[in-house]
Design a protein around this ligand. Structure first.
Ligand code: ZN
Length: 108
């Protein structure tokens, strides 16, 4: 049981996210002092999913040096942002023939 689960069971916190109240923190201290095993809260590592706005590169496509057409939704190998959003100045993506290559973002 983690901190939140424990506090929820005591009616001192709500499931989900959010800060604990002073009373809730005091209860954690009290409970641990009483020998109740409560795990540490784990920081959320949820990734923020970036929505790719279609208008970022309207009517553009990505092509690697050897002519491989790459989806603009693919991640740029240099900066790990989707090619639609890449602003690293050195966009690279997996090509058909030879690993990661420079990508040109060209108008349709
Ligand atoms: Zn990039």
């Amino acid at each position: 049981m983690n901190e939140r689960e424990y506090l929820v069971s005591k009616g001192l916190a709500k499931p989900g996210r959010g800060r604990f109240s002073a009373a809730a923190k005091a209860e954690l201290v009290r409970a641990r002092a009483a020998g109740i095993k409560i795990g540490e809260s784990v920081q959320s590592t949820e990734k923020v999913v970036l929505e790719i706005p279609a208008e970022t590169w309207p009517n553009h496509r990505a092509v690697t040096a050897d002519g491989t057409e790459v989806s603009m939704k693919n991640a740029c190998f240099s900066c790990s942002v989707s090619l639609s959003w890449c602003e690293c100045g050195n966009p690279r993506a997996l090509s058909r023939t030879g690993g990661y290559q420079e990508v040109s973002i060209v108008p349709l």
